[in-house]
Design a protein around this ligand. Sequence first.
Ligand code: FAD
Ligand code: DHB
Length: 384
Amino acid sequence: MRTQVGIIGAGPAGLLLSHLLHLRGVSSVVLERRSRAYVEGRVRAGVLEQGTVETLVEAGVGERLRREGLPHHGIELRYGGRGHRIAFEELVPGRTITVYGQQEVVKDLIAARLEAGGDVRFEVEDVALHDLDGEPYLTFGGERLACDVIAGCDGFHGVSRLSVPEGVLTFHERDYPFAWLGVLARVAPSSDELIYSRTERGFALHSMRTPEISRFYLQVPPDATAGEWPDERVWAELKARLETVPGFTLATGEILEKAVTPMRGFVTEPMQYGRLYLAGDAAHIVPPTGAKGLNLAVADVRVLTEALDRFFSTGSADLLDGYSAACLRRVWRAQHFSWWMTTLLHTFDSDDAYGRRLQLSYLDYVTSSRAAATTLAENYVGLP
Ligand code: FAD
Ligand code: DHB
């Protein structure tokens, strides 16, 4: 078996890359360890930057996103008993974000790949990468797939990054002393816009998926488990952290899903080795406070598609050689923004009263200075 691009992982990065390459006439095979039902049901991110939406629409997978996605023109920062709106329409005119679940993006991409006759294989076992700096090939479940190029889109826990000889790549890492408990609930959102709430009890985020489904996150200890958070405790804590301004009541309902996500920043440099190119979470992860993970994956894939198109249509590897450098600028900007949003809004056990006053002072600055609010807004909606 032979293909031009062997893609490991059917998350947003792998599926979108496969589809964009198909539109350029480049063949690929996607190998995914999990079942289709599993990847389509995995609840994760929900905020799409404008550039991400444009990429999906241009790729022909934006029809349902356009219909069902919820455009947002601002977010609220809530602290000290008040809500403060960061108004995108005023600070970054014409730019918005769209709330649309990552699992819906994945469903749309899988449907588009299959409709176009794409080769996406689920429940593939023991994927291994070989001869990355020579004539690369993949093995899995007793089969062998020769590839001109391999794209490692297999997320943070994948095999691709680990297949590079030791000492070639540098890993930069920061762990945070807390995690997020993500909660999906069947209840109409209690707010039209996302609320990022900083309290002495910890951070809480009110987001949404549809007019009937809400999405919440709670800052929890790093070793917390979903089992320690029965539904009544989740609602009590969400109320304590969100009902902090006059007149706001949080509506409650049936909890559909609960999961704990560790908070970590991680960057691989460079994002390539021989004929292996890493994209998305396989190369880097961010703490989710800035909602950048999925958007970075899409940005990598845009760059990689251009580079591969040029390679296969002209034989020139110049863009492929520059792939990592072209991505890392945006990756590090997003690392900084995600770190900044995280430190602005979470409580750190190590913080003394002085540290907490500094944090509140910075929040006051961000919500009162147009320049500081614009910094937040332009990073949140996505830099070009
Ligand atoms: P993934 O979506 O991880 O896809 C990788 C795929 O590779 C998976 O389907 C996996 O099953 C497959 N795979 C792994 N190993 C192998 C293997 N050996 N062989 C074959 N296939 C393999 N971002 C936000 O912005 N906001 C959030 O709220 C948020 N919440 C998150 C919650 C969790 C639990 C996680 C893990 C991430 C979250 N993120 C969030 C980040 C965001 O979801 C990711 O940045 C995004 O999924 C990256 O897409 P990807 O395609 O690079 O990787
Ligand atoms: C969502 C996730 C985020 O990480 C974020 O910052 C905002 C919203 C969400 O899943 O809706």
